[in-house]
Design a protein around this ligand. Structure first.
Ligand code: PLP
Length: 406
């Protein structure tokens, strides 16, 4: 048992998938294709290996908790250019920290925000709340529970552009929110919040004094327009609300942008107060990023060429998917990310049939929702397909999918 509440609430999605497919075998003679796991297949740029080798001496040094000035400047510069931020809005020295990929940082940040909110409340007050989308990246709920908060799930459905609706929450709930997680573009739906969505959420955070934690790890895999970001929304408040940034923290990484999940390298950026508190926590408990990796990361954030190439590669994959599935299963080209989110009526039954009859492994949407039946509906009709393989493999998998689900 890890934590009774967590055990009851969330099983790791791939554990659920393994249980679901336990005892089910693909047909004889069919080569299985897994579209279940969202692991990029593009090669990271060759300078990654060269730089790692050139900086091998740095493996012998303890890495500083805050990374290097070069890394922080590269991230601040990238954010300014990507989101058109005003000069100095993000200062690498006060607003940026390295992290070992977004997963650990998304988790650990709750350990800062939740106790702060609890300390500000009366001892007899109900526990702080953490708003999380549903379906969700399981870490958000895990972080909320392990930090001692109540996770409150906000359904993301087609009628709300697949985004959680923060608009109608009761005041007594909002007053105890410590943190609101948002994933944009989202996993699994690929829905990007608009600048208005983001400013509305930051407005709400300012009114009720909570922090908006935006997981932007899919921000660079987009089809047409670059999705707006939460720092851009904070900057849009201008001098009118100079404290907007204090209510925002964003998380990004090289795992998707640079097809380098193995590097375990990302960043957290946001208000100086939140970043200082997070740096303090990380002095006790962080996975510091080794210096050779910090150096590689600095170069990757300064290079856009490899990102453009990967983006074009994903576009080609979506072209294949659209040609194969367009007009079926609620197909749409997502704003961002590399997942298809298909409405197949009963995602769990479809996943079993696809594995048993076609050797195609997909993740049922229900596995991306909390375990209890009352939380399942937002994902129950769907399956998630990661379009990370070569286009011809994707084409083959989708042909098999159509044959089974017709
Ligand atoms: C929505 C979302 N957030 C965060 C992560 C973690 O990625 P990383 O820790 O590699 O940055 C993932 C990984 O798949 C993800 O899908």
């Amino acid at each position: 048992m890890l934590n009774p509440r967590l055990d009851e609430l969330m099983t790791y999605p791939f554990e659920r998938l393994s249980r679901l497919l336990d005892g089910v075998a693909p047909p004889d003679g069919v080569t299985p294709i897994s579209l279940a796991v969202g692991e990029p297949h593009h090669a990271p740029p060759s300078f990654v290996a060269t730089l790692l080798a050139a900086h091998a001496d740095d493996w012998g040094r303890y890495p500083p908790n805050r990374g290097t000035p070069g890394f922080r400047a590269a991230v601040a510069g990238w954010l300014a250019a990507r989101y058109g931020l005003p000069e100095g809005f993000i200062d690498g020295e006060t607003h940026v920290l390295p992290c070992a990929g977004t997963r650990e940082a998304l988790f650990m940040f709750a350990l800062v925000a939740v106790p702060q909110r609890a300390a500000a409340a009366a001892p007899s007050a109900p526990p702080p709340a953490v708003l999380v989308p549903n379906p969700l990246y399981h870490v958000y709920a895990g972080a909320a529970v392990m930090a001692g908060a109540e996770p409150v799930f906000l359904s993301a459905r087609v009628e709300n552009r697949f985004l959680p609706d923060f608009g109608d929450l009761p005041t007594d709930l909002l007053d105890r929110v410590a943190l609101a997680y948002l994933c944009s573009p989202s996993n699994p739906e690929g829905a990007a919040a608009t600048l208005d969505d983001l400013t509305d959420l930051i407005d709400l955070a300012m009114a009720h004094d909570f922090i908006v934690a935006v997981d932007e790890c899919y921000s660079e895999i987009y089809d047409r327009d670059p999705p707006p970001g939460a720092l851009q929304a904070a900057a849009a408040f201008g001098a009118r609300r100079g404290d907007a940034l204090e209510h925002v923290v964003v998380f990004n990484s090289l795992s998707k942008r640079s097809s380098a999940p193995g590097l375990r390298s990302g960043f957290v950026a946001g208000g100086a107060g939140a970043i200082a508190a997070f740096a303090r926590l990380r002095n006790f408990a962080s996975c510091q990023t080794p210096l050779p990796i910090v150096t590689v990361a600095e170069h990757l954030w300064r290079d856009e060429e490899h990102v453009r190439t990967a983006r074009a590669g994903y576009r080609a994959r979506f072209d294949v998917a659209e040609a194969s599935l367009g007009g079926r299963y609620g197909f749409y080209r997502p704003d961002g990310g590399f997942f298809l989110w298909l409405d197949v009526g009963d995602g769990t039954a479809a996943a079993r049939r696809l594995w048993a009859e076609a050797g195609v492994r997909v993740l049922p949407g229900a596995c991306l929702c909390p375990d209890a039946p009352e939380y399942q509906p937002p994902g129950a009709r769907h399956i998630r397909l990661a379009l990370v393989h070569e286009p011809h493999t994707i084409g083959e998998a989708l042909t098999r999918l159509r044959r089974v689900l017709n």
